[in-house]
Ligand binder design. Structure first.
Ligand code: ZN
Length: 673
């Protein structure tokens, strides 16, 4: 698996600018690029990236998705005077030409293709291209919404032709609908296009019927166009995350893309005058982190919109930091999606039920009783305490947002622990691991003796467990002190070791420790102090009981249908809980396959500032090797052919969701609460 992050930027793309007064177009300014690049430099991110030069996209490449008429018009503007430029611009909805626009647009296309080449050739694992003009509104025969050529669509077509790709995922998290991209690929099943966008029941630009959730694609492309309309402004981090958990990620894992391209507009971030949403910059770290788990890490992020310069720059920095593999900051705000977002989620799921295996058993019977009509929503929202207040941007608000961003980023920029993954070599474990890890010295015997008799005597009965603590606790201490990010320990009795680890964390002062336990537990750790949450994944009948704060999930090891449990249940509960540390323990008779457990490790690194502690049954050498790779970030699990969940499992997930969604609100994915 390749490593490294590419960054593509060419100052010349700041020469495209508006030459006359136009209150609609005047927000698309050159400083969007230059100030974002400055911020990347300030955070020392530029020097950590592989700098790849831009190039001009060729005419042939532009013609992959555009008509020759469109290309000729664009080309002809290079020699026009201002009057002529203005006249030709007026032929389009929200576009302006400058004599250098054509050159910049070709650079934007070429920069995007350079990134695709860098990622597909294995020169880097992922990367970001800062480009202007943006692309996702641009259509076969028309400029539109500040976009001349559709950079991302050309890139997808290029990847298909040059690298023979058959499955490309485009994630468009810009706050506007990329209708241009939708039109280009709506009949093409090889490109899965996902867009969320401010819609407000068709009130918001571009106010198209085909931007709604029921536009699922045409002909052979049916099911490969996913529109998630935001019918209110003021959407928050939890709304964005809920859409990833309950719509995009399950689709994406079933689709199994070979390349992921992001139409990365940050007008969906806080403070943006276009989007009027309240998502804060660090949410883009989380969204990026999730997409990095697909396509063996091949991820190309291409700039689209974003008009609040500070919000834009910070969000870009969050994205690039995450691409580089830095710890993910804790996401801020209440973890509960609003009713309007949940309604959109259920509508998309219902509309796509015929086309996706994971939705085969989706219960849509209640849909006819619900409506997304705005007057009904207003009525509903007056009763719903969790509904967000919509905010209109005014000057006071702008000042508040500026201040918020400044403070917020200071708190969000985490120091990166000097060491990523630690283990010990007492049992010769490190010798078997495929990647070099940092080795921590074992605790000496008298020290463990004192610790155990002082705090853990009721848990530790056997000598072999006692001995394994000598290597486990020093690793855990390093994680707690933030000297290392994550660690892996072997144990003969994982449940006992996990119980000791949990109590150790609470003694250290942590308030919320999440433990995901896979397999049989010899003892159930005490959770009565309310500072630990255990999600137990097991299949044996006699384990189906429930303690305070302990969830039990029945599951058989069968192919890779763990996606529904991991994405639809564990991830939402974990995000609702917002732990300070995650412990993942694996005992005997585990009922998740290695790839499923590795996926857990990969995804849960989004929490607790990426701090994870692994306790694994000492006989599971293969599993430890995979987990070590997942923790270091050296490789992603391979899942094999997609196996959809059985009806029984879907029902079980639904039962659990119904049972716990009042407490763990990120589980909510239907308006029927
Ligand atoms: Zn936009």
């Amino acid at each position: 698996m390749a490593s490294g992050t590419a960054l593509i930027y060419d100052e010349e793309m700041t020469t495209h600018k508006l030459l006359w007064n136009d209150p609609i177009c005047d927000i698309e300014v050159p400083e969007r690029l230059s100030s974002s690049y400055e911020q990347l430099k300030r955070y020392h991110l530029v020097e950590r990236c592989v700098l790849v030069p831009a190039r001009e996209g060729s005419e042939e490449e532009i013609l992959f998705v555009h008509s020759s008429e469109h290309l000729e018009v664009a080309k002809s503007t290079q020699t026009m005077n201002e009057e002529e430029l203005k006249r030709v611009s007026e032929n389009y909805d929200a576009f302006f030409f400058h004599p250098n626009t054509y050159r910049c647009a070709r650079l934007a296309v070429g920069a995007t293709l350079q990134l695709v080449d860098a990622v597909m050739s294995g020169k880097v694992r992922n990367g970001m291209a800062l480009v202007r003009p943006p692309g996702h509104h641009s259509q076969r025969n028309a400029a539109n919404g500040f976009c001349l050529f559709n950079n991302v669509a050309i890139a997808a077509e290029y990847a298909k032709r040059k690298y023979g790709l058959q499955r490309i995922l485009i994630v468009d998290w810009d706050v506007h609908h990329g209708q241009g991209t939708q039109y280009i690929f709506e009949e093409d099943p090889s490109v899965l296009y996902f867009s969320w966008h401010r819609y407000e029941h068709r009130e918001f630009w571009p106010s198209l019927k085909e931007s709604d959730y029921d536009a699922v694609g045409l002909g052979k492309g049916k099911g490969f166009n996913i529109n998630l309309p935001w019918n209110k402004v003021g959407m928050e981090n939890s709304d964005y995350l809920a859409v990833f958990f309950h719509v995009l990620l399950p689709m994406a894992f079933e689709f199994d893309p070979e390349l992921v391209i992001v139409s990365s507009g940050y007008d969906s971030g806080i403070g943006d005058p276009e989007g009027q949403m309240n998502a804060t910059p660090e949410v883009f770290a989380h969204l990026t982190h999730f997409l990095m788990q697909l396509a063996n890490g091949k991820l190309c992020v291409i700039l689209e919109g974003g008009y609040h310069l500070k919000s834009l720059a910070e969000s870009i920095c969050m994205t690039v930091k995450t691409l580089l593999g830095d710890p993910i900051p804790q996401v801020s705000g209440e973890m509960a999606p609003c009713l309007s977002a949940v309604e959109s989620i259920q509508n998309v799921r219902a509309a796509h039920k015929p086309y996706w295996k994971w939705l085969t058993y989706e219960d849509t019977s209640f849909l006819e009783n619900l409506s997304t009509k705005s007057h009904l929503l207003k009525k509903a929202s007056s009763n719903a305490s969790m509904e967000h207040e919509s905010k209109k941007t005014n000057s006071n608000e702008t000042v508040k947002v500026e201040k918020f961003l400044e403070l917020h980023m200071k708190n969000t920029l985490l120091p990166v622990p000097p060491i990523k993954t630690a283990t010990t070599d007492s049992t010769g474990l490190a010798h078997f691991l495929p990647v070099p890890l940092h080795l921590v010295k074992d605790m000496d015997k008298t020290e463990i003796q004192a610790l155990v008799s002082g705090f853990y005597a009721d848990l530790v009965k056997e000598d072999e467990t006692f001995l394994s603590l000598g290597s486990m606790l020093p690793i855990l201490d390093k994680i707690l002190k933030k000297e290392v990010r994550n660690g892996i320990a072997a144990s003969p009795t994982s449940a006992v070791s996990a119980a000791v680890a949990l109590r150790h964390c609470v003694r250290f002062g942590l308030q919320r420790v999440l433990c995901v336990f896979v397999g049989d537990m010899q003892i159930i750790p005490n959770t009565e102090d309310g500072k630990t949450l255990i999600i137990h994944i097991c299949e044996k009948e006699h384990f189906t009981f429930l303690l305070k704060n302990v969830l039990l999930l029945l599951k058989d090891a069968e192919g890779n249908d763990f996606f529904s449990a991991v994405l639809g249940f564990i991830l939402p509960v974990a995000y609702s809980y917002q732990p300070n540390l995650t412990v993942i323990a694996v005992g005997p008779n585990r009922n998740l396959e290695i790839s499923g457990i590795s996926l857990l490790f990969a995804l849960l690194q989004g929490l607790a500032e990426s701090r994870i502690f692994a306790v694994i049954k000492d006989t599971e050498i293969n599993l430890m090797q995979s987990v070590a790779k997942a923790l270091v970030g050296a490789s992603l699990p391979h899942f094999g052919a997609y196996v959809p969940p059985t009806r029984e499992k879907v029902n079980e997930m639904k039962r659990l969701r119904d049972q716990f969604q009042q407490e763990w609100k990120m589980l909510q994915c239907s308006g029927k609460l």
